[in-house]
Design a protein around this ligand. Structure first.
Ligand code: SF4
Ligand code: SF4
Length: 177
């Protein structure tokens, strides 16, 4: 059996306060909780106040190539912009990329609920409007392998620059230390 964790998003309840972005960036600050910067958040809220559209989306996998899918989605008479639901960290936009390093940011479920110390994700805890809710359940199957942030970042560098260049850079840096 494996544990399935789900963050449900109810966009109609989102009021665009961005507390989830602040909370997520605080959790992932170094040291933890020492600063906030929504650009470092792994949940981002698209915001169209005039049309009453707020859409929270968690960062998913990165992709080294831009896709060619373009579409709009209309739900409850609200038209969501192209890419609005997409979770990818992709070359065509700045979303879900660390603003300093450019490395991809993905929701890690608060580092997989901080090894048992958290009973719910930070974005859910600070969403006082219940636009985000959390549930856990068990299903048949094996636990998927989760790369940590470092492995994930290195993998994206290898995909972008090639293994040889990354190894060369690490070798040069290690000789300087
Ligand atoms: S679950 Fe944790 S890591 Fe994922 S978006 Fe929410 S606060 Fe960020
Ligand atoms: S904290 Fe909740 S209501 Fe506020 S922006 Fe995030 S999802 Fe929307």
């Amino acid at each position: 059996m494996r544990k399935i964790t789900v963050i449900n998003i109810n966009a109609d309840k989102c009021m665009g306060c961005r507390a989830c972005e602040v909370a997520c960036s605080a959790f992932h600050a170094s040291p933890k909780y020492s600063s906030t910067n929504p650009e470092r958040s792994r949940i981002r809220v698209s915001y169209d106040q005039l049309n009453d559209i707020y859409l929270p989306v968690m960062g998913g996998e990165y992709t080294s190539a831009e896709c060619n899918a373009r579409y709009t989605i209309t739900l409850n008479d609200k038209k969501y912009e192209e890419c609005g639901f997409c979770r990818a960290s992709c070359p065509s936009r700045d979303l879900f990329k660390d603003p300093d390093s450019g490395l991809p940011l993905r929701c890690d479920l608060c580092d997989n609920l901080d090894n048992g110390a958290l009973d719910e994700p930070w974005c859910v805890k600070w969403c006082l409007n219940d636009a985000l809710t959390f549930e856990e359940r068990e299903e048949e199957g094996e636990e998927p392998e989760m790369l940590d942030d470092l492995e994930y970042g290195v993998r994206s560098l290898i995909d972008t620059h090639g293994l040889e260049k990354v190894v060369d850079a690490v070798t040069r840096i290690s000789k300087r230390e």
